[in-house]
Design a binder for this molecule. Sequence first.
Ligand code: FAD
Length: 424
Amino acid sequence: RCFCKLNGEIDDCSCKVETLSVLNNNKIYPRIKSLLSRNYFRYFKVNLKKKCPFWHDDSRCALKDCHVDTCKEEEIPSAIKKGSSAYRYSEEAQKEESCAEEKELSALNTTISDESIQAFKDWKEHDESQDLFCDIDDESSADSEYVDLLLNPERYTGYKGESPHRIWRSIYQENCFKPQTEYIYGPSKSSSPLCLEKRAFHRLISGLHTSINIHLCADYLYQENLGYGMKAHWKPNVAEFQKRFDPQTSNGEGPQRLKNLFFTYLVELRAIAKAAPYLQEEDFFTADSDEDKDVRQGIDDLLNIISTFPDHFDESKLFAGNPNEAKLLKDEFRNHFRNVSRIMDCVGCDKCKLWGKLQTQGMGTALKILFSGDDIGPDSTVNAQQKKHFQLTRSEIVTLFNAFGRLSKSIHSLEMFKSLLSKS
Ligand code: FAD
C-alpha cells in the first residue's frame, strides 16, 4: 500500500527523494506558505478571456467550482499596480523609460533619426522577448484582471473528460519531445533514449501534471446532504490519489510520475537559488512598510536555506554540447515551452486555467533564470556590449514563487497521503 514511499536518487540529479522531502516539509514549505499569504504575492493579473490559438472550443465548464472571482481595481494596493508591467505603459513610466533610452542612444554618438529610434526600440523589445520561455499576458489589456489567489485556491473542480484530455494529449503528443514510436503517455518505452534536455522537458511537464492532480486529490469536494440542502466539504480523497498513482492502477507509471514532481521541484528550487542575489535586492514594495519589511526578512530567510542546500540541480549540464547544436536545441526547447504556455488559453475551466497559466509562467521564469545566459547568479557576467541586464517583472516573481509553492505543497501532501494510506 505504500507505493508513494519513494526513495533513491531523482533521475538526472544527485539528490535523493528522502533528502528533498525532509528539506521541503521541515524548512521550505512553512516559509513559502507564509510568504504566499502576503499582499505582494497574492494578487496576480491574468487574462482568462484570451482565445485558444490552436482549436475552436466553446465548451466552458459550467461547474460552480470552475469559477474565478476577480478583484475590482480599487481593491488592489496602488503600489502593486505600479509594480506591474501595465505601469510600463503609464505616462510616468514612459517618461522614465524615454530618459533612459535617450541616454543609451546618445552614447551611440550618432545623428539619430526617428526611424533609427524606432528601430532601436523594436530591436530592444525583440531582444528582450528572446529570453522568454512563455507567452505572458499583456497586463494593460482591458481583459486582464487581478485575481486574489488566496480566494481562488487550486483544488478539485470536476474538470474532466475530453477537454482536459485534449489539453494533456496535445502537450505530450505535440509539444513534448519523444522518440518516433507509437504515441503513449508518460515516459517513453522506446529503446532510443532521449537526450538529457528532452528528458528534462518531459519530466518538467509530467511533474507539473502530477502536482495539479495531487492538489485535486488533496482538496477534493464532498457533498453532504443535510436534508434541507447540500453542504460542501473539502478534504483529501485517498482512493482518488491511489487510483492515479498506485502502479497497479496507473499502468506502472505512478511512482515515476511522483518522482517527476521532485525533479520539477529541484529545477525551480535551483532557479530561485540562482536568482538569489537579484531577489535580495528586490524591495517587494506594497507601500505597507511593516509588511514589506516582514516579506524581505522572510525572503532572506528562505533564500539562506535554499542557497546552502548542497545538492542543487546542475543546469550547466544542459545545452552544453557543440554550441551550434546547443543553440538549436535551446530554441526548440523554448518554442515547445512557449506552445505549452499558449495551450493554457484552451483550458475549459477558469480556475484550472488560472493556475495552469500561473504555473507555466512560473516555470517559464525559472527556465529564463537558468538558461538565458549568465547575467545573474554566482557566475554573473554582464554583457557590456549588449547592455543586457537581467530583470524580472513583478508578475514573473509572483508566478515563480507561487508555482514553486504549489510544488512544495504537493510534496508536503505526499506525507499526508502516506500516513492516510498506512491507516486505511
Ligand atoms: P488526466 O490527469 O487527465 O491525464 C490524462 C492522461 O495523462 C492519463 O490517462 C495518463 O495516461 C497521463 N498522465 C496522468 N498523469 C501524468 C503525469 N503526471 N505524467 C505523465 N502522464 C500523465 N482538475 C481539477 O479538479 N482541478 C484543477 O485545478 C485542475 N487543473 C487543471 C489544469 C490543467 C492545465 C489541465 C489540463 C487540467 C486540469 N485539471 C484540473 C484536470 C485534471 O488534470 C485531469 O485532467 C482530470 O482530473 C481527469 O483526470 P484523468 O484521470 O482522466 O487523467
